[in-house]
Design a protein. Structure first.
Length: 246
């Protein structure tokens, strides 16, 4: 049975009708009114329900499918995929961002080592030969569902870390407790498809789209503190940014 919901359509608004539909369905998904797996009526029935033309409804549904919030399945219809985590592009941690947005993240530490830094890590963190670092991989979940697979290398002369600490709180929180005042970071965002290692951990299919992020953070003394390579499920995660003309 299709999930029933209501939309407030203002025909006097300068906002196009299809975009009002998009905004309304997005709000219903983010609020939990439309839960992941919910099935929607077909476009003809939805257009009749909201007194809209079929092309208007189809344009709205197409946009929601492209954004990853809905999926069309043959023999099933249109279903809600998930409520995406939208993260602003700023120097903050995923753990803190999720907590600040009322979510309850959990962390599974898949590996944790205190090892000699390899050449790539020494270059990234500007460390001398023979330096050691913490190297760990974590699986971050929200509502029990995998969101991100994160691999990090952290210099070990700031604060002592262990596996239990990382399973209980965010890495940035631990580093701040050690006196780190983060100042800036270089960050690269990209995309890839899930491989045989990533897909089972993120509970997705091999070949599914992933968002990637590489980051190296610097504190207010100019010290390169940590570097990391993270991947996120593209159907549950996106970055937001504001562009300013110069």
């Amino acid at each position: 049975m299709a999930n029933q919901f209501s939309l407030n359509i203002d025909r006097n608004s300068p906002v196009p009708l299809y975009h009002q539909v998009v905004q309304g369905i997005e709000a219903a998904i983010h609020s939990g009114l439309l839960e992941p797996g919910s099935r929607l009526d077909n476009e003809i029935d939805l257009a009749a329900q909201f007194n809209l033309s079929r092309p208007t409804m189809r344009k709205a549904m197409d946009e929601l499918v492209r954004s990853g919030l809905l999926v069309r399945k043959r023999g099933v219809g249109t279903q809600v995929v998930s409520s995406q985590v939208r993260r602003p592009l700023e120097l903050s941690s995923l753990y803190d961002d999720l907590r600040n947005n009322g979510k309850q993240p959990t962390t599974e530490v898949l590996s944790f080592d205190h090892v000699a830094a390899d050449a790539a890590t020494r270059t990234a963190l500007q460390l001398p030969e023979g330096a050691t670092v913490y190297h760990f991989t974590r699986l971050r979940k929200v509502g029990g569902k995998p969101l991100a697979l994160m691999e990090n290398w952290v210099r070990d002369d700031i604060i002592q870390m262990d596996k239990d600490m990382l399973s209980q709180e965010g890495m940035y929180s631990i580093l701040r407790r050690g006196g780190v005042n983060f100042r800036l970071a270089t960050q690269r965002i990209g995309a890839m498809i899930a491989n045989d290692y990533q897909a089972p951990l993120l509970e997705t299919e091999v070949g599914s789209a992933l968002v990637t992020m590489e980051r190296t953070a610097v504190d207010d003394t100019g010290r390169l503190v940590e570097t990391g390579q993270h991947v996120y499920r593209a159907d549950q995660y996106s970055f937001e940014m504001t562009l300013v003309q110069r």
